[in-house]
Design a protein around this ligand. Structure first.
Ligand code: PMP
Length: 283
């Protein structure tokens, strides 16, 4: 079955989907993106992703190309046309096409691209059951990490370091030795005193939609939660650690920089929160 992409108002074969060479996304990374997980054909945490998309566009002063309602129809149509039951749908909006000039061009029309792909859920579950390894790298990003911008060079370099060291994710560490987040996920630990800790929202991290959901689930479980910075030193002594993202949901960490977290096995609370997430998302 051939894949279909949505590009500026048309559904086109994925293999022929094109954007102009003077698109500002291509030339300046002048754009934003969103990723929704799809489970049983449903977009998870849909409204949260719409809210963040609107915020990212607002921060960059990129016009909203269509209403949330219309966009929702297109997202579902791309999912349907690609017969995605479990997977993800990717949206990218850039400022648009114009002769190259740093300043915003007048009357520019945003470019919009939507793609969807299937994911092997059984494999994702196996990965979660086994747990993942993370490495750490210096956080070399700019000071507006709260915007979900397509400018991801430090993130891809961090992820590449992880892959080269046989790990799945890289945690980024600021100049004070505090963990900010993963290259494409939020970072969590559970302390020896059973406190769930994740970095507080600020310009230093992306406000994960999964993070938001996990905080709600933790409250339902009446866990002690602290939204604050934690150091790499504290993470190394943690009882459990995990990442959260639309793609990975909640995935336990077994090793940080090759050192075991706790007993080196996926933590019980991380596994429970993943289950809670899947259950709550399915309703
Ligand atoms: N931080 C970064 C840097 C990310 O790229 C992502 C994934 N988009 C996240 C956190 C997690 O966000 P979400 O839960 O909304 O997928």
């Amino acid at each position: 079955m051939s894949r279909i992409a949505y590009v500026n108002g048309s559904y086109v074969p994925h293999a022929n989907a094109c954007i102009h060479i003077e698109d500002r996304g291509y030339q300046f990374a002048d754009g934003i993106y969103e990723v929704w997980a799809v489970r049983a054909g449903k977009l998870l945490d849909s409204s949260g992703h719409f809210r963040r998309m609107g915020r990212s566009l607002g921060e960059l002063r990129i016009a909203t190309p269509m209403s949330d309602g219309a966009l929702d129809v297109v997202l579902h149509e791309v999912v349907r046309k690609n017969r995605v039951r479990d997977g993800l749908v990717y949206l990218q909006i850039t400022r648009g096409v114009a002769p190259r000039d740093h300043a915003f061009p007048k009357d520019i029309v945003p470019s919009i691209v939507i793609t969807a792909k299937s994911m092997n859920v059984a494999e994702a579950e196996r990965k979660a059951q086994k747990g993942i390894a993370v490495i750490t790298v210096p956080d070399e990003r700019w000071t507006r990490c709260d915007i979900k911008s397509v400018s991801l060079l430090p993130n891809i370099l961090a992820k590449q370091s992880a892959v080269e060291q046989g790990a799945y994710e890289a945690w980024m560490v600021d100049e004070k030795g505090m963990v900010t987040e993963g290259s494409s996920s939020n970072a969590w630990i559970i302390t020896e005193g059973d406190v769930l800790v994740t970095r507080n929202l600020s310009n230093d991290i992306l406000g994960g939609i999964t993070r938001e959901r996990v905080l709600k689930l933790a409250a339902e479980r009446q866990l002690s939660v602290e939204e604050r910075a934690f150091s790499l030193k504290e993470a190394r002594k943690a009882k459990e650690a995990f990442i959260s993202s639309s793609i990975n949901l909640v995935t336990p960490i077994t090793h940080i920089d090759k050192q075991p977290v706790g007993d080196g096995k996926p933590g019980a609370m991380a596994c429970a929160l993943r289950k809670d997430y899947l259950q709550s998302a399915a309703t």
